[in-house]
Design a protein around this ligand. Sequence first.
Ligand code: BDR
Ligand code: CA
Length: 319
Amino acid sequence: MIRKKVIIDCDPGIDDAFALILALKCEELDILGITTVGGNIQAITSAKNALKILKLMGRLDIPVYMGAEGPLKRKLVTAKEVHGKDGLGNAFLEEAEESLILENATDFILSTLREQEDVSIVALAPLTNLAIAMNKDMDTFNKVKEVVCMGGAFKVPGNCSPVGEFNFWADPHAAQYVLENIKSPFTMVGLDVTSKVKLTPIHRELFRHFNTPISKFLFDSSRFYFDFYWDKKRTIGCLLHDALAMAYFIDNTLCQGFDSYVEVVTEGIAMGKPIADEENFYNKSSNCLVLNEVNADKFFKLFFNKVFGEFRKDYEKFL
Ligand code: BDR
Ligand code: CA
């Protein structure tokens, strides 16, 4: 089997944790490294959390590189009200040794792209690290096979402003810089699709019954996330944004979309909004595949089969 080589750029983050766990359970992926950035939480906590997840999964052999502490131009705005004080839904996973945190994310991205062919990036956080790497060495960055990015809200409301999705809104200049300069395929897994992938009480109940260290963590961390959605929107369940982006990278039949020229608004009331020229008014070549349809059932089947395949007989009838 040819394994897909990938660098995961993230800010764990409860849904980042779901994405990392899914990736770590996929033998068709060769995870070359995890890079972290200030986003949901400070960059150092992001890095510590990535290590905690690797420890939980018994994969501390995968290197973790810390990246930018904050956005290119804006001040760092974290999302602790969504992800908890520890960034992982106050599940307080066991720490790994802090000395395992390596420097520096953007150099790691560039040296990997210089040394290896066919490396992709799955970006689950503000695009600051990617923009900095591009700015340092554009030609090398553009050797990337593809970038699959959780970010943006095309035709649905934002989750930070009427139109701003967190990752694009938190560092709109980075998002725009990456889109403006990317030459490799770039896929936007935005709220248009991720807002249709909701973890429900049934899923959490299954985690509780599986009763493994991984399922316990997913159960515990999603409690905080559920409460956030209840307090904020009076809905039951939570959205697995980053996990969908990861799943799409693994199986691109999960979502459909259209190729388009996209620019991200960097200032003002529409900050972070990706403007996708779906009707080709500007006659510019496409720089983005914008996803707008998703098969959520297929996502959950993939997630459970990969992460909890040994319990298939128990969960099959619920998915
Ligand atoms: C994105 O923002 C973060 O809070 C999540 O981890 C995800 O990457 C969703 O808008
Ligand atoms: Ca994230």
